[in-house]
Design a protein around this ligand. Structure first.
Ligand code: ATP
Ligand code: MG
Length: 362
């Protein structure tokens, strides 16, 4: 029997992802040439200590474990909704670390984000500038050495090459989504954070790319018609490494583990929802909160337990985020204050976040 769950939520890194059963036939992708999985040990070096800490301390609920595995098996994006601070963004780091998927590719969405930003950035001005520099250099060399100097014809060829579309890859960088869809042997982890902040069109645009598992870079498609072989070496997101892209088309191999987060303030079109696995995170209960505190700050002492109780009774009235509680407990441990001052400080550190703040029950 194949392995279930692949993601266990124990935060112990392992290679279970290599035993993931084949995708359902309607989600099989065959992009190539296959790229080796990024070095999982690069993870620690490439990400900030803050992200590593989040990944190591994540406390997954049973539902979270089940739905992460459903998304992995079905090769579908995971839409994670829930109030602020319930661990939506941290989940992507925790899964990537446990399954050794390498550094998380992160795309922070704003109202101005477009699909194009996520796929790749092309800077035509820098290309034009480089072509002019090259032409000026070749011209100078020609004047210095006469019309048929040692590098005469080759020098000109390179300059002309820039004009016909070759060399375009030096001015092109893949974005986080564009990189996640490269034909990696092992799924990359992609966090599309706060999709609810996007313009209305983005979810639908995204849906097509994630459905097809592929995209085109028209600038490279055009250039590859002119250049023999048609393989461009382009920079992948977050690295100085170049990866080959043949004829301007990218198609994935192992479908990436995609986490889309939303604070739930936005309704998504049914066509979008149908293509995602949806996980709704709730405010943690007392046991879950104690586990979270333990993971971040060690065993909760008596005062920390009091703060957990206060947090829970306040969270029943208005929106609070888990990290507000963590801040209050951290300060209570580190600051040498009497109980009355600590109480006052903790109250100030846990103000309601939403409009729904009720009476003060601290
Ligand atoms: N289940 C959890 N296990 C461990 N830590 C958690 C958990 N949930 C939240 N936290 C901690 O709470 C903080 C907030 O988490 P995170 O940023 O992932 O929340 P979020 O849901 O993405 O919030 P927002 O909607 O504001 O972006 C982090 O420091 C994280 O480590
Ligand atoms: Mg977040």
């Amino acid at each position: 029997m194949p392995l279930w769950p692949v993601y266990t939520g124990t935060n112990e890194p392992h290679d279970g992802i290599t035993e993931l059963p084949p995708p359902p036939p309607w989600r099989a992708f065959d992009g190539g040439p296959v790229l080796p999985a990024p070095d999982a040990s690069a993870d620690a070096a490439a990400v900030s200590p803050d992200r590593t800490h989040r990944a190591e301390t994540y406390q997954a609920t049973e539902d979270t474990v089940q739905l992460v595995n459903a998304a992995l098996y079905l090769r579908r994006p995971l839409l994670v909704t829930g109030p602020p601070g319930t661990g939506k963004s941290s989940l992507a780091y925790a899964v990537a670390r446990e399954l050794r998927l390498g550094p998380v590719l992160r795309w922070n969405i704003t109202s101005r984000s477009t699909l194009h930003d996520g796929l790749y950035q092309y800077d035509p001005l820098s290309r034009l500038y480089a072509a002019r520099q090259e032409a000026a250099g070749a011209h100078r060399a020609e004047r210095a050495q006469g019309p048929e100097g040692p590098e005469g014809p080759e020098g000109r060829e390179e300059t002309e090459g820039a004009a016909d579309g070759s060399g375009i890859e030096h001015h092109l960088r893949l974005g986080p989504l564009g990189t996640a869809l490269l034909p990696y042997a092992r799924p990359r982890a992609l966090l599309i954070d706060e999709i609810d902040k996007s313009d209305l069109d983005l979810p639908n645009d995204l849906l097509n790319v994630l459905e097809e598992g592929q995209y085109e870079i028209p600038e490279l498609v055009r250039a590859s018609r002119l250049a023999p072989g048609g393989v461009a070496e382009v920079l992948a997101d977050g690295t100085d490494e170049r990866v080959p892209v043949a004829r301007g088309r990218v198609r994935c191999r192992a479908f990436p583990f995609v986490v889309l987060t939303s604070n739930g303030e936005r309704e998504f079109p049914p066509a979008f929802l149908r293509r995602c696995v949806t996980l709704h995170l709730r405010q943690p209960d007392d046991r879950h909160l104690a586990d979270i505190v333990r993971a971040h700050l060690g065993e909760p002492d008596a005062y920390a337990r009091t703060l957990i109780d206060r947090f829970l009774s306040r969270a029943g009235v208005g929106d609070l985020a888990t990290d507000q509680l963590l801040n209050a407990i951290y300060l209570a441990r580190s600051a040498d204050l009497d109980t009355e001052s600590l109480d006052r400080l903790a109250e100030q550190l846990m103000p309601y976040l939403g409009q729904t703040a009720g009476s003060d029950v601290f």
